[in-house]
Design a protein around this ligand. Sequence first.
Ligand code: NDP
Ligand code: 8X3
Length: 259
Amino acid sequence: MGNAKKTILITGASSGFGEACAYQYAKEGCKLILTARSVARLEGVRRKLELDTKGKCAVLIRKLDVQDRRAVEQVMTDLPTDFADIDVLVNNAGLALGTESVEQAELTDWDTIIDTNIKGLLYMTRVVLSVMVARKCGHIINIGSIAGNWPHPRGGVYGASKAFVQQFSRNMRADLIGKNIRVSNIEPGIAATNYSNVRFKGDSEKAKSVYAGTKALTAEDIAQIVCWTSGLPEHVNINTLEVMPVCQSWGPFTLDRSL
Ligand code: NDP
Ligand code: 8X3
C-alpha cells in the first residue's frame, strides 16, 4: 500500500520525532501539514524539505499550540481544500518537564504536561476525526512512551499522561470499529532528541548526560516506524508498538529494608 500521495498532519514537527517524520514522509511522496509553536524552526524544516525533494514536496506550515483548543479548531477550518483531506494524523507534540519526586514537583509543570500531552492530543484528534469519519478512512498515530507502560521513578505525571494516551488509543479504536479508521500507539524508549533539554528546562549539560555512554534511539528510528505503520496495507492495524534501544531494559522491584 505505502504512503505515497497521502496527506499527513504532524504536530510538533519543529524538532525530534516530528521533524524526522516530515523528512521520511516527504521521501515517500506525501503532502505535509507541519505544525508547532516555533515558526522559525518549521521554516527551517520546510527549507530542508525543499532541498531534499528539489521542491517536489507540497508543505504547509502552521503555527499551533495544541493546548489552545480554539486555535486547533481554527487551523483545521482554515486548511486549503487541497490539504483538507487528512489521511494520517501524527499526534506527536509533547513533553516532560522536571525530574522531581511527586511531592516536590511543580504544579505548573504538571498543568503544562496535561494540557499538552493529554488535552492537546484530544483536541487534535477530535477535529481531525470529523474529517476522517466523513471520508470513512484515515489513520491516527499517537506517540506514547514506554513511560506509560512501566513505573518510572520521577516520571510522575509525564508517564501517567502517556498511560492516558495508550488507553485512549485503545478506546478510540473500539469506538471506531466499522468506520475504517486505524489507530496506533507508538511507544518509544529513550531517544536522543531535544526532549531532555526541554525536561531539564534548558540545562544542556544535564540533558547531554542522559544519553552519555548509551546508543539511544534516534528520531529517524522512530520516523521509520511511524511511516511503516501507516504504510501497511489498509486492513492492517498496529495497535501498540513498544520500542527501546538495545541498551535499555527494565529495573528490578525495589525493597525498602529500613523499616
Ligand atoms: P522534542 O522536544 O525534540 O520535540 C517536541 C516537539 O513537540 C517539538 O516540535 C515542539 O515544538 C512540540 N511541542 C511541545 N509543546 C507543544 C505545544 N504546546 N504545541 C505544539 N507543539 C508542541 O522531543 P521528541 O521529538 O523526543 O518528542 C516528541 C514526542 O515523543 C513527545 O510526545 C514525547 O513525549 C515523546 N517521546 C519522546 C521520547 C524521547 O526519549 N525523546 C521517548 C518516548 C516518547 P515547539 O516547541 O516548536 O512547539
Ligand atoms: C521517555 C522515555 O525511556 O526516556 O518518554 O523514559 S524514557
